[in-house]
Design a protein around this ligand. Sequence first.
Ligand code: GLC
Length: 615
Amino acid sequence: MSIIMWRTAIGAVVSIALGGAGFSALAAEAPKKLSAHDPQIKGILAQMTLDEKIGQMTQPDQEAIKDLNDIETYSFGSILSGGSSDPKAGNSLEAWTNLYDTLQGHALKTRLGIPLLYGIDAVHGHNNVLGAVMFPHNIGLGCTRDAALVEKIGQITAQEIRATGIQWAFAPCVTVPQDERWGRTYEGFSEDPAIVQVLGVAAVRGLQGPSLSSDPLRVVACAKHFIGDGGTAYGSARGVKLDQGDTRVDEATLRRIHLPGYIATVDAGVGTIMPSYSSWNGKKVSGDKKLLTDLLKTELGFEGFLISDYSAIDQVDRDFKTAIGMSINAGMDMGMVPTKYVQFITLLKQLVNEGTVPMSRIDDAVTRILRVKYALGLLDKNRSQLADRSLWKDFGSAEHRAVARQAVRESLVLLKNDQHVLPLKKAVTRIHVAGKNADDLGNQCGGWSIDWQGKSGNITPGGTTILAAIKHAVAKETAVTYSSDGQGAEGASVGIVVVGEIPYAEGRGDRTDLALDAQDLAAIANLKKAGIPVVVILVSGRPMIVTDTLSQCDAFIAAWLPGTEGQGVADVLFGDFKPTGKLSFSWPRAMQQIPSHVGDANYDPLFKLGDGLSY
Ligand code: GLC
């Protein structure tokens, strides 16, 4: 299928989906082309020294900058906060805003005063900041099939990001995970590229608006990780099995499965794209000109800029200077070089002076970076580039939480409901709740939540655990008791046990086995032993092996990683919202079935992509 045919097909799917969700006007509107700003940018480029140009292509991590004067010395184009790179003053809204303003203040003192783009992984809300609303991770949003909702989530996320001054989110992840043993499965909307492209576009539109613009309540988005990050072969990665491994497929398969999300988000005007750590048939994507330039920039016409993944350039070749030359010449425009920014700048300058990296490539990279900055209004000398603290009033607001609660409701997938045990009555004698994930905000938020890897416990203010939500939902005469292990449930009207995974991110979440742990199995067994109806709720970043568990319970709900608004789970449990979620991943019966997808000859999962019951 030619790119033109692909674009037509994808455009139709996206327009129908967005239009169907009441976005017909937006779906029809093509974003403004970033290259429209080139005449103005040419003038700026002409004033820039080689050092200033290379500075714009450099992105250090804020925690690695020991002397803030480096910002003026090197004229960085961007600074990031990697997963746990937090303000020294802590993760409060004020600390983050002060950090941004301090660093931007230094950038504004450079000779040309080109402001920084500050980048952060706001992948399910502004998830690094205490008190932010944390939405369901993408795997749950994929089960909503609700593009309008995903767009609204992007818009709120952009607003909460801007409250800290930051203007760039490393989201949406438009990966198409093909093996749920991968630790980043939950960052994907679906194993189905058609779902990924529609919701990826919705996320970009929510974050950026219909076009990248100077709207102070929007940010620039980043489609990631191009290309094939979710298709690596099991065992092809060093150590962790899948993450950053090798995608061993022919070009037609790569295009069919892993390209639609990029075609669609490029057409939606995404300002940045992050190439993957992974390889395609043994070649590092972050050093592959055929992919970064020929496919993405020439064939798809991507006019924004490519930001490397965190130290991903280092992996392109054993020798850092060679790696820099290969990656920049392949089409990488900005290096996420968290700690090695001085070496990057020094070596890239050498590569230019030696003629290994032509000045035309440098000028193209800087033009692309300045296009995004110009579109965002960063080059407008009449605009303040510091944070607008008036936006703090809506940060983590009840209105924002209400949208997250709706997302939780729509993301839940009901997969078993014998004797219509659900919805539960609110007025009963006693409900017994069990399980390690019933009263743990950190576990229900998952990775990328305050900390890079996330963590168990009461990680952030303003959230509601599933247990707290149940207590809030029931009639006042109903007793709600809790034991993590399920002991003491005898005599209750019903038992609810919340099981699943504890937080992880990236390769640390790669697993060889997706069985429930012994603690969870014991809690379920204890409820079963009590002789009461048992409702199992799975809080996890992926389908897990629950085939035997299904015979132990009367009802089963996949809740994924719902984020801070646990009330959405109670709304479904008690019927205040009828479940509408549909699986966006196939659900394996056993580990031996993995990987298995719609279309496979022997496709026989426990639950099919698209399955989901209601009341
Ligand atoms: C990480 C991830 C990427 C993230 C980046 C910055 O390693 O691969 O998704 O945006 O580094 O934190």
